[in-house]
Design a protein around this ligand. Structure first.
Ligand code: ADP
Ligand code: MG
Length: 393
């Protein structure tokens, strides 16, 4: 079956090294590796101080980096976009545009945080599909961050990783200009093999907890379907949803929707704002319920929660689209235990929890349904919960 291959880490690191050599005529000093992610449940909850439950993908971005003796910074990609060249003091907000802003922004944010990254040459290459809602952006940021710290001589540690999460968020928000709630960078830097990560965006300290995800024991596979739809709506839609959530919290006299109850939400007069808040409040509860159902290995209940989450995003939050709805309904009809859209919405990917012996049937049914509807062929990935970012050599 044609799944997007995650690739072998040592082969991909070697490819990144070879591409670095042909771009810069010398070998890199280190290669950082950081995974993409897929969120099991908890959508548009991070910026509402709620809960999310992502896993890291086996698909990752590799950043080959070598220090320079001067303050020049050069960044290129083996996958997309034209090269960038500047100096360490030209990497901040408003100075870099396009794809390279994600990488340049990390180098800027590290220096802002007191990590003296020198001039560097950077080459990135990987297997996370770009713009599919699987967080190639955070994979890019985190791979560059770890490699840059290695060349700056900063030792890896849990404390460093927390700082890197913050630096990568600053890079994406302030330099690339893409608002992000922080889930993507957190999972990429803190994931564990075989586990999901429960992240609490309201926790004063210790915001993460590993959640073992024994899908294999239950004979289940997590199938990711990239609809390959990238709606131009994404940015405006995200900002509008965020604004509605802020309005809802303000009307309830709260600083976020986290403590709001459904009874509170029913008092909101504006129909649209009320439905947006309904999604957030019910979705946060569904994350807690999913963690409990996973602990009880009650996969039928997980499937029911996935379905409720999808309906909430489609009807109350209004961030689904025809392709996502079709991928989800077709997967269920063909034997998935549960399915939902995942990520920010307006395109991107869906997930389905599929019994191993139904995998082929589900993939074929989705492909056939897309063809019949006249949609672009989707692409599929298998999402085994992978480990966190690291330096691979
Ligand atoms: P997602 O994070 O879901 O993939 P985003 O829109 O947040 O979608 O980020 C995708 C963007 O990140 C790409 O359009 C590109 O600008 C940048 N990007 C990520 N990985 C790479 C890469 N390997 N090479 C070049 N650009 C990349
Ligand atoms: Mg992204």
């Amino acid at each position: 079956m044609p799944f997007v291959p995650p690739g072998d880490p040592s082969e991909l690191a070697a490819e990144a090294r070879a591409q670095f050599e042909s771009a810069y005529d010398r070998p890199p000093a280190v290669v950082g590796r950081a995974p993409g992610r897929v969120n099991l449940i908890g959508e548009h909850t991070d910026y509402n101080r709620g809960l999310v439950l992502p896993i890291a993908l086996p698909h990752a971005t590799y950043a080959a980096v070598a220090p320079r003796r001067d303050d020049v910074v050069r960044i290129s990609s083996g996958d997309s976009g034209s090269p960038f060249a500047g100096t360490v003091d030209t990497l901040g907000p408003g100075r870099v545009s396009g794809w390279a802003a994600y990488a340049a922004g990390v180098l800027w944010a590290l220096r802002e945080d007191g990590i003296e990254v020198p001039g560097v040459d950077v080459l990135v290459h990987g297997t996370v599909p770009l713009g599919a809602g699987l967080s190639s952006s955070a994979a890019l940021e985190c791979s560059v961050a770890l490699a840059a710290c290695a060349v700056a001589g900063v030792d890896d540690s849990p404390a460093l990783r927390r700082r890197l999460v913050a630096a990568c968020i600053r890079a994406e928000t302030e330099v690339a200009g893409a608002p992000t709630g922080g889930m993507d960078q957190t999972i990429s830097l803190l994931a564990s093999v075989g586990r999901a990560l429960l992240i609490d965006f309201d926790a004063a300290s210790d915001p993460t907890r590993d959640v073992p995800l024994p899908l294999g024991d239950a004979g289940l596979t997590l199938l990711v379907t990239d609809t390959r739809v990238r709606h131009a709506l994404v940015d405006g839609g995200y900002a509008a949803r965020r604004a509605d959530c802020e309005t809802a919290a303000a009307q309830l006299g709260l600083t976020s929707l986290r403590p709001a109850t459904l009874a509170d939400v029913r008092t909101i007069g504006d129909h649209r704002v009320r439905r947006r808040a309904t999604h957030v409040v019910t979705e946060i509860t569904r994350v807690t319920d999913t963690v409990a159902a996973v602990a009880a290995t009650d996969w039928t209940e997980v499937g029911r929660l996935f379905a409720a989450s999808h309906a909430s995003m489609r009807d109350d939050f209004e961030i689904s689209c025809a392709e996502l709805d079709l991928a989800v309904s077709t997967a269920i009809e063909a034997g998935a235990v549960g399915a939902r859209m995942t990520g920010g919405g307006f395109g991107g990917s869906s997930i389905a929890l599929v019994p191993g012996d139904r995998l082929g049937a589900v993939v074929r049914a989705v492909d056939t349904a897309f063809a019949a509807a006249g949609f672009r062929p989707p692409q599929h990935l298998l999402a085994e919960p992978a480990g966190a970012a690291g330096v691979v050599g």
